[in-house]
Design a protein around this ligand. Structure first.
Ligand SMILES: [Zn+2]
Length: 421
């Protein structure tokens, strides 16, 4: 089936930029990407606090991690999984929603209507024809995104509880170079029940399933395990698709051979960077149209950038340019305090009201609040002047309609006379 790739398509795949490519010494030999759909940072941390995610805790302790890996916009699954598999944003691959159909795309990929972008698997197949590749997933759209699946040796569309053991068996027996394992239940449960205890249980189950994959990964020589999510969730844990901190930020873990341990990644990061890390580790340069980058900081054989190895003593002289580890103008106006007020429970979901003040809005709020009082008072006085008489007449008319006319008491014929006792 490898011959189905046309020479034209192949040419597009091989558009690489060697001068920008990151050279990795002592690379991993096997890469496994575990994707947990819709795992929010808040659900993850409350699960870890309750001891429900020991495997993710271990991977973070022994690997490089971040809770600020940015999702692609919109924060829905189809666009993001395709970015994670194909290393580009929606603007390049055109998968703009979960309703995307290959035959009727709204936005053509840069390579034509039927090949929006080459996936990791296709690129690896072209570069190393004898490589072993597999994907295991319960969401049918992953199959659509992986088309043509002929680049893969094995694909399995089955519920998590079937696909995870099958993936583990595949890792142990086929010793594949690259495997993608998708876990869908956390997102499903979030949509069903919000951010309550049921979603916590789904996170715990996903962590157990991750443990099954980890045990198989540890039987491989020089393995690397990447854990990513397509998006987070809104503040109530039900939904996603918008641009909020909770939906846009995701967990990212790299663990394994030649990976820095107990290291919080400081470089700006996107969930799709997993694609470039995997591809580079397996000896293939990301093609020119990719925006995903390999994040050298996670590899032990790469020295840490200077800004990361020593704490910065002064702020960046160019605050509009991002230097890793150096506070920028943008960072200096990040929230100074945050109020998370629990309001109650909606079913099993905790309803909370989060108010975030940053310095700018706080100062603006005080100024606006201070100005609002006299402006409001002036408006009330003006309104009374303009409408006061009119309103008074209307009230009087209405009162007369209800009570009838008010008669003046007749004056007494005796009034004005002084009456003697
Ligand atoms: Zn979802």
């Amino acid at each position: 089936m490898k011959s189905t790739f046309s020479a034209l398509t192949l040419g597009a795949f091989l558009l690489t930029e060697p001068t920008l490519a990151f050279q990795l010494t002592d690379p991993p030999s096997h890469v496994v990407i575990v994707g947990i759909d819709g795992l929010s940072i808040s659900a993850l941390h409350s699960a870890m606090q309750d001891g429900l995610a020991p495997n993710m805790q271990r991977l973070r302790r022994e690997g490089s991690w971040s809770d600020r890996a940015r999702a692609v916009l919109p924060t829905v699954s189809g666009p993001n999984w395709y970015s994670i598999l194909a290393g580009t944003g929606v603007e390049m691959h055109g998968v703009d929603s979960n309703n995307w159909v290959r035959e009727r795309p709204r936005l053509l990929g840069t390579d034509g209507p039927c090949v929006p972008q080459p996936t990791l698997f296709t690129l690896l197949r072209v570069a190393h024809p004898s490589t072993t590749l597999g994907a295991f997933f319960e969401w049918p759209m992953i199959r659509t995104l992986l088309e043509p699946t002929s680049a893969l040796n094995t694909t399995l569309l089955a519920p998590d509880h079937e696909s995870i053991p099958a993936a583990a068996a595949f890792l142990r027996t086929a010793r594949p170079e690259l495997t993608f394992v998708y876990i869908g239940e956390v997102d499903e449960e979030g949509h069903r029940s919000g951010g309550g205890t049921r979603q916590q249980r789904a996170v715990a189950v996903a962590d157990e399933q991750l443990g099954v994959v980890m045990a198989a990964v540890e039987t491989l020589e020089k393995p690397m395990l990447l854990v990513v999510s397509d998006h987070g969730r809104d503040v109530l844990g039900w939904d996603h698709g918008h641009v909020t901190e909770g939906e846009v930020n995701t967990q990212f873990i790299a663990w394994g051979h030649n990976i820095r341990a107990n290291h919080r990644i400081i470089s700006p990061l996107r969930n799709m960077d997993a694609a470039a890390i995997a591809l580079t580790s397996l000896g293939v340069h990301p093609p020119l149209q990719w925006t995903a980058r390999p994040v050298p900081e996670i590899f032990l054989s790469t020295p840490l950038p200077l800004a990361l190895s020593a704490p910065p003593s002064t702020a960046s002289p160019h605050p509009w340019i991002y230097h890793p580890g150096v506070p920028t103008a943008q960072e200096s106006c990040v929230s100074t305090f945050r109020l998370d007020v629990p309001v109650g429970f909606l079913g099993e979901a905790r309803v909370s009201w989060t108010v975030t003040f940053d310095r700018g809005s706080f100062v603006c709020g005080i100024v606006a609040g201070g100005l609002a009082v006299p402006i409001l008072a002036m408006l009330v006085v003006a309104a009374r002047k303009v409408f006061g008489k009119r309103v008074g007449r209307w009230v009087e008319t209405m009162r007369r309609r209800v009570d009838g006319p008010e008669y003046e008491p007749l004056s007494s014929p005796l009034s004005g006379l002084e009456l003697g006792e």
